[in-house]
Write a protein that binds this ligand. Sequence first.
Ligand code: HEC
Length: 370
Amino acid sequence: MLRGRILACSLLVVATSVVGCKRDLGECNLDGQTSDGRPIPGPAAFDIAYRLTDGLPMYEGQALVQSTCGDGAFCHAPAAVGADRIGVPAGLNFDVGLACTVPFDNCDDQGLPYAERLDRLYGNQNQINTWAEGMIQEMRAGAMPPGEAGRSVRNNTPWLRKSDGSELPPIESGDAQEIVRNWLACQAPVIARTEAPPSEALQLEPCQSVDNEICIYNGPEGDLPDPVWSDIYWSLMFTQCVICHGPSNGNNNADDPNPNNPFTTGEIPGGADANALAALDLSGANTMDTTTWPNESWAAVVNALTFDQGLCADDGTIVIPNNPTESIMIEKLRAMQTCGDSMPPGGSQTISDPLIQVVVDWINMGAPNN
Ligand code: HEC
């Protein structure tokens, strides 16, 4: 299995070294109109999508490539090393995550200074432009992202298109490939920084950009769940956590019969991290039908001690009813944990405050299995 993954992820390099000519990328549609103002059909490189859970904006092509090629953690991400690269050679990085994401990030204080983060973003954008023909050929051939391995690692959070609020199509579809092709043909423009909008009217409008860096205000967050375990489960746990805290299953394609599954493709994420699964299993008994997963996983969360062989061994309880502050899950969501990593991993908070507050509210109601 591992050998298969390595082969799959290295295909890109092989294929691009043999073929690759600029004309494969076709025409560039930057903003939906010609220079004299006539509309051009099809996706435009400056079309914006925002992430459902926190309103983070990206250009549609940027969002598709970022969420499937590396997302700061795997394969083509600079931070991914060893097995997390799944065979991608060192240095072949396509990380176009924003250099600063307010309200989660402090542009200068946290980790790398802002200028260095911008260097990472523009350096990886250059890499993408160098490998652009190969990327589109691999996508069309269905080899990138690499099948099962690609599905098991990528970030599943849905992205909504600014144009009509619909979900960005899955990377395997012709529509998504056309978005990426056009974005590559336009030399992969990237949003570099985001700020919180001063008013609702300004959501997703440009903010103060400096030099060639593009700044866009955050978009609206998706509907917040009710403080009810099943609602929290489908909005947050299933989309953000089950990929690591769930088993690998033969069903991350399209046939979960559960109508509550939030993914339009009916995909069931899981299998990306054995340590995470050992520490906390958020799945249910039937790996082909997720209908009962919230109900069945509740006991693994509420009044459950942390895994006795993990980084949080003997550190406490995952969710303590009526005590959110001492609940390990809330500490980790807020990136204020005393053991192990923040959740999702990466060191800083990525789930928005209002969404965490819903989980806190549920815990303050006694964290029932509802
Ligand atoms: C990319 C993989 C990954 C994702 C995504 C992820 N986790 Fe984790 N999680 C881990 C790993 C690895 C551990 C064990 C090490 C640690 O505690 O940091 C862990 C540990 C935990 C623990 C401690 C469990 C214990 O018994 O010690 C909690 C609670 C947790 N995660 C909650 C979440 C929540 C909630 C989400 C979604 C918002 C999430 N995780 C998403 C990888 C992940």
